[in-house]
Design a protein around this ligand. Structure first.
Ligand code: SF4
Length: 294
């Protein structure tokens, strides 16, 4: 279980280092260098406060993350990626949410555990790294036993991930695009493919392949790929990357639920759902590479 990998003094030091980064924020690859402690906001749109849109047991995640009690999902406000097709755009782009203290977040985590949730699932956590680290530290001291999931878009700095080492049990990044043209067009991040690859390698170093006990995910890496319209080649490149550079035993969730949201209508090529034929084609590629797709 995370939190026991390093002595408490080291974890405390890591939390301090993470908070210090807020004064010239470079927590994520955007490197806005704004002083969030003085109320300035960068690309993610957030100052140094902690803002939560909603929280509660969630049953729509992978079965191993849900169990009987659900995944204790905490939707955080703002985003460092802001995809133009975002399905949670009210939270990420319009920044719907309410301010909470870290101590209140700890109460929420313990409440979710008491309700029977099988994990704490931080959705879009990157720009709140310091708050999350501190909350996990305090919650463990107060009896949090269930795993903590870092559910992110894959646009993470290795340096920041190294601070998170010892706090996170399950990394659940998206792997969205392998082509800079596509990530520039839809995510405003031409460097996404390179950044995502390095980030996932670091996550794998920290937590390795997924460990599932009695049907429940305890620790490890879970990569999600949302197939895009006309996205078969992109999916192939992502799966080849995972097979060759991470592990053929990686828990990969290939998702077909893309539907045009937010500004997707401005991009005709992605203004439709993914066909069942496209989905089947990607699954075939995954099987040919040797993945066990659940
Ligand atoms: S976390 Fe926000 S302010 Fe900091 S570098 Fe990333 S986008 Fe910019």
């Amino acid at each position: 279980m995370a939190g026991r990998k390093y002595p408490l003094e080291i974890l405390s030091q890591k939390i301090k280092l993470a908070y210090a980064r807020l004064s010239k924020c470079d927590l994520c690859p955007r490197e806005c260098r704004v002083n969030r402690l003085k109320g300035e906001r960068g690309y993610c749109g957030m100052d140094a406060g902690l803002y939560i849109s909603s929280f509660g047991p969630h049953f729509g995640e992978e079965p191993e993350l849900v169990g009987k009690g659900g995944s204790g999902t905490i939707f955080l406000t703002g985003c460092n990626l802001k995809c133009i097709f975002c399905q949670n755009y009210e939270i990420s782009h319009f920044m719907i949410g309410k301010r909470y203290s870290v101590e209140e977040l700890v109460d929420i985590m313990l409440y979710l555990q008491d309700r029977g949730c099988v994990n704490i699932n931080f959705v879009t956590p990157t720009h709140y790294t310091p708050h999350i680290m501190k909350a996990i530290f305090l919650a463990r001291e107060r009896g949090l036993e269930i795993p903590v999931v870092y559910n992110c878009g894959g646009y993470e700095k290795v340096e920041t991930l190294k601070l998170l080492d010892g706090f996170i049990d399950i990394y659940m990044p998206d792997a969205k695009f392998m082509e800079p043209d596509l990530s520039g067009r839809y995510l405003d991040a031409c460097d996404y493919p390179q950044v995502m690859r390095e980030a996932i390698k670091e996550m794998y170093i920290q937590v390795r392949d997924m460990v599932i006990e009695n049907g429940i995910a305890r620790k490890g890496l879970l990569i999600r790929h949302l197939i895009m319209p006309e996205g078969i080649e992109n999916a192939r490149k992502i799966l080849e990357f995972i097979a060759r550079e991470i592990s053929i035993h990686t828990y990969v969730n290939i998702m077909d639920q893309y539907h045009p949201c937010y500004r997707a209508a401005d991009f005709p090529e992605i203004n439709r759902r993914v066909s069942s034929q496209e989905y089947r084609q990607v699954i075939k590629i995954a099987h040919a590479l040797g993945f066990l797709i659940r």
